[in-house]
Design a protein around this ligand. Sequence first.
Ligand code: ADE
Length: 246
Amino acid sequence: MLSRIDVITLFPDWVEGLKSLGLTGKALASGQVELKTWNPRDFTSDVHRSVDDRPYGGGPGMVMRPEPLARAIEAASSAGSPARVACLSPQGRKLDQAGVLELVQQQRLILVCGRYEGIDQRVLDELIDDEWSIGDYVLSGGEPAAAVMIDAVVRQIPGVLGHERSAIEDSFADGLLDCPHFTRPENWRGHAVPEVLTSGDHGRISQWRRAQALHRTRRLRPDLWSERTLDSEDQDALAAWSQEFS
Ligand code: ADE
């Protein structure tokens, strides 16, 4: 289970800020999961402390120089037990909940945030185990993507969320979207909470929630839906609540 995350970044504030935000922040600030940042600029040896250079072959933008980046990764690697080294980039495997659950099984993660036009390919080839993307769009750097990944993995660590079932019942935990949620007042601006939720009948409530999750997924995410085979309980749940959906 994950106990330590190191982040290689030119903008440590992006990541350090996570320590002050919410339940995952509390876990990071309290050391329940250790979070440490390493700045490649601290591993330069020239007077300008330069971390980027022009691309061979010409073209716009700058490329992160290999040596400061490699030294920062190596310093992080040698500062503890063996770690999986992951780079955030648009070329990477698309992060989803299955990926999050894989990552949280690692004891240690080193996340490398690229900036500028990219990272020298030789660093990727020599020092990076895998690349992850958070979606098909281009960010100015890997930091926001690392922040997303950190939040998603840390909340899966037992004891981090207040309510142990929250992570299990999350959207995607079972390949489904989450069901709708309601809180007081029972009637808000003329809209009542679904009757079943105030019935006190826990069997009906959990069947309703399951049916809602199934129905939402079928309606909103046909890509997820097409991968499912419905077991008899799910078929019963959908059938029992089919009038709600019509
Ligand atoms: N760096 C730039 N764009 C990114 C993306 N979409 N995902 C992960 N890292 C990135």
